[in-house]
Each structure stands twice: as C-alpha cells, then as structure tokens.
Design a protein around this ligand. Sequence first.
Ligand code: NDP
Ligand code: MG
Length: 389
Amino acid sequence: MTQNTSPKQIAILGSTGSIGTQALQVIAEHPDRFEARVLTANNRWKELAAQARQFRPAAVVIANEQHYEALSDALADLPIAVYAGAEALCQVVEGSEVDMVLTAMVGFAGLQPTIAAIKARKPIALANKETMVVAGELINRLCRQFEVPLLPVDSEHSAIFQSIMGEVSPIEKIILTASGGPFRTFTLQQLEDVTPAMALHHPNWDMGAKITIDSATMMNKGFEVIEAKWLFGVEPERIQVVVHPQSVVHSAVQFADGAVKAQLGVPDMRVPIQLAFSFPERLPSSFDRLDWFALHSLTFERPDVERFRCLALAYESLHRGGNAPCVVNAANEIVNRAFLEGRCRFLDMPDIIEKTMHKAPFIEQPTYDDYLQSDCEARRIAVSLLGRK
Ligand code: NDP
Ligand code: MG
C-alpha cells in the first residue's frame, strides 16, 4: 500500500534511554519504513555518539551542554550536525524533514519540546507521560489547534487505543491494568524498610530508573490514570485500576452493552512503539509471541491505596484539577530522585507529595507560564520538606 513511499523520518527525544533504544530496534527492523532523523540525550554522550554512528541521523542534541565538545569530537568525521542545550531540543523537532517525534525523555523536561513539536505540526508518539500529567488540557488544546495526532506509546494506553479502534460508541469504562510492582504483596511495615535496589527490580518490565521507582510506589499508575483521562476524554470515576501481576492484559475498555475489549501480548514495549510509528498499519515483527499454554493463569486484584498512597494522591490531584497534577509531578520527581539516592525512605515519598500538594498555591486555569512556575515552586517546597525528614 505505502511500499513505495520514502521512510518516515523520526526524531527520538531521549534515544539513549529504555524507550529510545527499543525505538531504535524497531527502526533497525524496518529500515525501508523508518529512519532516525534526530537523536538526543542528556548526559550519555558516548552512547549517543555510538547510536549516531550506526543510524546516521542528520542531527544529534546533547541536552547537557557540558558534553558538547566531547560529542562533537566523537562525530567530527561524520556529516551529522551536533547541537547542545534545551533550546536546541525544541529547534530540531521543528525541522521540515521530521515526520514524527517520539517523546522518550523522562520527566517535566519533556513538556517544552513536545509543545514545540506540536506547534510545528509534527505527529507525536507519546512516551513521556509526565507531559500529559502536567499539562494534559493544554496539550489537547494545542493538538486540536494544530491538528496534530498524539499516538500513545505507554503500553496501557496503546492497549486502550487498540481496543477502541473501529468503535464509534463512547467508552463506558476503562480497565487500566497494573502489575502492582515489586512490592505488591508487602505489608506497610515491610514497605518501611525497602531499598532502592529492591525497588529497581521490577518483575515484568525493564525500564528507566525513574519509572521503575514510580511503578514500585504505584505513582506510575496514578499518572497513567491522568494520562488516560486526557488521551481518551474519560473522567477518573470511569477509569478502574486493576492489579494484574502477569502483565499480559495490557488494558481493556468496556462499552455500553457490557462488552469488554482488551489487548493482550507479552510485555514488550517495542510493540506499542512500532504501532505508534506505523499507525494505522500494523507491520510484521520478529518479537516474541504469547505462549497461551505457558500462561497458566491470569489473575486480577483490587489496588490497595492504603499501602500505595501515591495512587490515591494522583486521583486527588485530578479531582482538584488546575495545576494540582503539575505540583504532584514536580514533588514526585524530587522524592523519586531522593529515594534513589538514599536521601529519603520509601514511605516518605507519599508524605512529601501530599504535603506539597496542600502547600503549593492552587491555580484553577493554568497557562503555560503557570505550569513552569508551579513546577519550580512545588520542587522548592518538596526539597524543603525533604530537609526536615
Ligand atoms: P530512561 O531514563 O531510560 O531514558 C530517558 C532518556 O531521556 C535518556 O535518553 C536521557 O538521556 C534523556 N533525558 C533525561 N533527562 C533529560 C533532560 N532533562 N533533557 C533531555 N533529555 C533527558 O527513561 P525511559 O526510557 O524509561 O522513559 C522515558 C519516558 O517514557 C518516561 O516519561 C517514562 O514515563 C515513559 N515510559 C517508559 C516506559 C518504559 O518501558 N521504559 C513505559 C511507558 C512509558 P541520558 O541517557 O543522557 O540520561
Ligand atoms: Mg505503562
């Protein structure tokens, strides 16, 4: 059908990360369909240089300017433009040759380049969920204004997206599955003493450190509820989180007649990444297939918001609305890093996030500048609360 078209030119923001490297595997599987046009990283310039050597993008960006010279030297023999800094991230996605932008960088830092890409009318393959958590309403408004599609990469949202393909009737309920993380069966008392090393050991998915910690606290699932609200226009009361430790049912949608459609598969992020790249087509893949006879059983449990308070805090921020999810995201970025670095305990995280949400000034209808300010202010509050622990 589209065999004679030239390869889609993809800009990968965060190409050295877990999603970024898997996206490059997808591109390597389909060199006739996709090419890496732009690759970017924050600190890992050596990995970025090696990727550039293999995939020959037109440009690379290293967000941390300190590494500019080293990266430039490493690529001096190749016709690849080398840039540095956060501004450059925004400029490279706007280039006329770029056909799609994969937002695979982590955290609030993804917001500004995502907005730049939307304003340049580039379709977005959305991995950076923090963008939707912080500013889902603004992003939706911009996508409508600039007629830009947002294709979900997060496995649950890709599953929901696949479940509503071809449907014309509204969603009655979203069933958002969660693995439950490494501490699913821990008591509150056991949670008091968990270490970063224990939290970094996720049972089903191999992901970047930040999202792995968010999965252990279940803040990741809370963020996914917020992401689902904005991506699919469904109110939080109609988004049911269901703990499903096997991570085979990636999520499901229930319709007005009671019918439920789900998407299943082995846990492999390359599947949703590839679909976001190729949509509306499905391309073949060499990835593992589901082995039905090895599944034994699929189980489902109610989430426990007493032990995993971050999930409740995310719902609370949605009910508050305005800049509350932005504040929660910022506080979470601070405590997530602090826990990883051994500066706070596991159960301090929800405490500090909750207090930050209640202390930060509330803004009902935030503008872009309000989000920037709320992010800064919430970080300041969370840091000062951390200091008192
Ligand atoms: P990683 O930490 O593995 O990778 C993050 C990437 O972003 C790296 O390339 C990193 O560069 C770059 N980066 C980090 N901070 C900045 C910054 N301030 N400015 C510019 N670039 C930056 O993260 P993941 O791949 O796990 O996650 C990426 C996003 O995708 C997150 O928003 C996450 O929630 C989402 N996601 C991830 C899933 C997964 O399976 N990993 C699943 C679903 C969603 P460097 O290498 O130099 O540090
Ligand atoms: Mg997910």
